[in-house]
Design a binder for this molecule. Structure first.
Ligand SMILES: Cc1cc2nc3c(=O)[nH]c(=O)nc-3n(C[C@H](O)[C@H](O)[C@H](O)COP(=O)(O)OP(=O)(O)OC[C@H]3O[C@@H](n4cnc5c(N)ncnc54)[C@H](O)[C@@H]3O)c2cc1C
Length: 328
């Protein structure tokens, strides 16, 4: 690991000033991703700016929003009474991620920005356009079992590894950020990016901006949510496919619906066409299968991940069945 400086800041302005002064500085929160990346030599920040002592550690429910501060631990958020009551999908997704120990350290801001788990990104001897722009993509012709089936480019086929981000995408969360030019609110659909020709950029966050919190607007989904994650091990493994479902049911009719998939793209993958198709329809397995077929439009597999073309729609149908209470 390279030498680095460490600075603890106590105000958002001090954090922004540190980032503005030194382009090679990085914020550190729980450190569960960044420190690993530094140990592997994937990232080598000159300075770590510790955000753990900023006042971003509260969860509040008011004015039609659930607000979760950026430094709230994933364990705290997933067990919070308001999260469980108003946004249980978020809790389900976070509890499907990592391990209890990791969730005790991991923060909301850090989870939003955790980097891909593509093996070629972590292997500094391999080409990777995300790690070293212009060096090529080892995964394209390599071992690409975990990789994207939607939205990839000729530069990068990596996926966003976060479970939390999939639920936040389904719930239309808004990311609150602060920077030298002031505050802004970024809808999560515009926060993570597709790789295009710049896979080194995971998000639209400016390098000098910090995340201060997350807002989730109220909804009527709390009674019918499911986060279904398919992975190689039951815990401590990233999603091969995951599906977040939130339903507003009137009897067996779908009044409103949100659907998002994880493990399939460089950003959490919202399934808007499938949502549109199911809105106003009966919650039946037949309708779920038709929606899953629609959701897979445009999917493209690589040598080792063709199984995802079947696993993804099957997971989606199963998640919809569970959320709507259909047994089996
Ligand atoms: C063994 C293992 C298994 C895991 N399994 C899963 C899993 O199954 N599912 C899953 O979703 N995740 C999993 N994770 C990932 C884990 O959830 C993330 O490492 C964690 O959420 C990152 O949060 P952190 O606070 O530790 O971030 P850090 O490591 O501190 O930071 C991560 C990034 O976020 C930036 N950052 C942090 N806070 C802010 C802020 N306020 N503003 C701007 N930038 C900020 C940092 O600069 C850094 O770039 C796993 C991790 C490990 C090590």
């Amino acid at each position: 690991m390279n030498n680095f400086q460490y600075k603890r800041v106590s105000s958002p302005l001090a954090a922004i000033t540190e980032l503005s002064k030194n382009p090679a500085a990085k914020l550190i929160a729980g450190g569960t991703n960044l420190v690993d990346l530094m140990k592997y030599g994937v990232m080598a920040p000159e300075k770590l700016v510790d955000v753990n002592h900023l006042n971003f550690d509260t969860i509040t429910k008011k004015d039609g929003l659930l607000h979760i501060g950026a430094t709230v631990r994933n364990a705290v958020a997933s067990e919070n009474a308001d999260v469980l009551k108003y946004q249980p999908l978020l809790s389900q997704a976070m509890l499907a991620g990592a391990s209890a120990q990791l969730r005790n350290k991991a923060t909301m801001g850090g989870n939003l920005l955790q980097r891909t788990r593509c093996g070629y990104f972590y292997d500094v001897s391999a080409p990777c356009n995300k790690r070293v722009p212009g060096s090529g993509c080892g995964a394209m012709e390599g071992y690409n079992r975990m990789h994207a089936i939607f939205g990839a480019s000729s530069s990068c086929i990596a996926v966003n590894p976060s479970d939390m981000n999939v639920a936040l995408t389904a719930l239309d969360a808004v990311i609150l950020v602060s920077g030298p030019k002031g505050d802004r609110k970024i809808p999560i659909s515009e926060f993570h990016r597709l790789p295009g020709t710049h896979p080194e950029l995971d998000t639209t966050l400016d390098k000098k901006e910090i995340i201060t919190g997350i807002n989730i607007p109220d909804n009527n989904f709390a009674a019918h949510t499911t986060y279904l994650k398919v992975r190689d091990r039951i815990s401590y493994a990233f999603a091969l496919i995951s599906v977040a479902v939130a339903l507003d049911l009137e009897g067996t009719t779908i009044r409103d619906i949100r659907l998002a998939m994880g493990g399939v793209a460089h950003k959490p993958w919202r399934l808007k066409e499938a949502e549109q198709m199911l809105k106003g329809k009966e919650a039946t397995v037949e309708n779920f299968k038709m929606a899953a077929e629609l959701a897979m439009k445009g999917a493209k597999a690589y040598e080792h991940n063709a199984f995802k073309l079947k696993l993804a729609p099957n997971t989606m149908v199963q998640a919809l069945k569970t959320a709507s209470g259909i047994k089996g």
